[in-house]
Design a protein around this ligand. Structure first.
Ligand code: LCS
Length: 395
């Protein structure tokens, strides 16, 4: 493939970062399952460590299979450079620790994944890096949360699990005025549905465990951003904390990525078909899906997302026990955390992904005891609907 030719997303997701002619014609990339790399002589080792000669040293500092994935992801997210991590949380923590020091302040969207919430708390308690949550509902609303010591605005959009959106264009406008770095967790969209860097955000994070993998068999994370910043992360919070990705996991992700656009289209189609069914069922209280014309964030969705995604949250009429009873009646839909897999998964955020978030904070985020999150899979939508109907009708 000609190195500089720009292909469309659906082509790059299959080809970018790999050239079979460099690897004896092997159609699929080789797995460099090695911890270390030999040097021709001691001087070469010295030069590589000094950064005077390019080449691999040790797989925590870089690995060819992992590098292929990083190149592909950088291109898909329209960034200069990417880094692969051993989990989404390894990516989140490496980026947040790289951007802050004791005394700094983070403004975070009003709602984030439970472990990100836990990390922010830990950073505050142990390292005095404080944070405030903001609904980021308008420029003024966001500006109110910013302090002189704010170095980072951290955004999930859609927010896990409430599916609320944050207007990234507005966030970038405010951040640019104030010289603050914007980090976006793009896990719920994948690079196929949303590209925050193209809007002007500085860093994108993924739990690659989800749509990027797509098959529920890897825990992984990615971060994409400017070359200089990613190099700084590579040499500090990635190298020295050490949450790197294994070559085999990188290979599985390169494999999973090939079908990303096809899978995402199907996830989104299926989800859109199920939304109206759920909204009309008498046991469903409210449905949260940004592609729904009645949704408060519909206009933001149209502006910054290619499609509204494969996740639907909804609340059940009744109590926590009613929600749990509904889950227990499901036959096809599996009860599990995680998302973005071929299988449709359902989870109860208040007792599962966001159980670590104190109830008062959960309420502020909009996570009630009757809220459920459905990760719509790739099955026939009629079968998913039949299963949801069966379980709802039993209540
Ligand atoms: N960011 C978001 C938005 C997530 O949803 C998750 C995991 C992470 C980061 C962390 O990624 P990990 O380390 O697990 O690869 N979210 C999960 C969820 O909603 N259910 O199970 C895990």
């Amino acid at each position: 493939m000609k190195e500089n030719k720009q292909f469309r997303f659906e082509t790059e997701v299959i080809h970018k970062g790999y050239s079979s002619s460099d690897y004896q014609g092997s159609l699929t990339p080789p797995i460099f399952q090695t911890s270390t790399f030999t040097f021709a002589n001691a001087e070469q080792g010295e030069k590589r460590f000094a950064g005077e000669e390019n080449g691999y040293i040790y797989s925590r500092l870089g690995n060819p299979t992992v590098r292929m994935l990083e190149e592909r992801m950088a291109s898909l997210e329209k960034g200069e450079a990417a880094l692969a991590f051993g989990s989404g949380m390894a990516a989140v923590s490496a980026i947040l620790f790289a951007l802050t020091k004791t005394g700094d302040h983070i403004v975070c969207s009003q709602g984030v994944y439970g472990c990100t919430f836990g990390l922010l708390q830990m950073m505050e308690e142990k390292y005095h890096i404080s944070h405030d949550f903001s609904a980021m509902a308008s420029k003024e609303d966001l500006i109110e949360a910013i302090r002189p010591e704010t170095t980072c605005i951290y955004v999930e959009t859609p927010i896990n699990p409430t599916m609320k959106l944050v207007d990234l264009e507005m966030v970038v406008e405010v951040a640019k005025e104030k010289g603050i770095t914007v980090v976006v967790d793009n896990t719920f969209c994948s690079p196929y549905l949303q590209n925050p860097l193209a809007i002007g955000c500085d860093v994108v994070i993924h739990s690659a465990t989800k749509y990027i993998c797509g098959h529920g068999d890897v825990i992984a994370g990615m971060a994409v951003g400017k070359k200089d910043f990613m190099e700084e992360v590579a040499m500090t919070t990635q190298k020295d904390i050490g949450g790197v990705m294994s070559p085999f996991d990188a290979w599985l992700l390169l494999r999973g990525l090939k079908t990303l656009s096809v899978r995402m289209d199907r996830h989104c189609d299926n989800a859109q078909k199920l939304v109206s069914f759920l909204a009309n069922h008498p046991m469903v209280d409210e449905v949260y899906y940004p592609g729904d014309e009645k949704n408060r964030d519909y206009e933001i969705c149209k502006k910054q997302m290619k499609q509204p995604g494969g996740l639907i949250s909804f609340s059940i009429k009744g109590t926590k026990e009613t929600a749990q009873q509904f889950m227990n009646e499901l036959q096809l839909v599996k009860i599990a955390v995680s998302l973005g897999d071929a299988e449709t998964l359902i989870q109860h955020p208040a007792t599962m992904t966001h159980a670590v978030v104190p109830q008062e904070s959960r309420e502020k985020m909009g996570i009630s005891d009757t809220l459920l999150r459905l990760s719509v899979g790739l099955e026939a939508w009629q079968d998913i609907q039949d299963d949801l109907k069966y379980a709802l009708d039993k209540l």
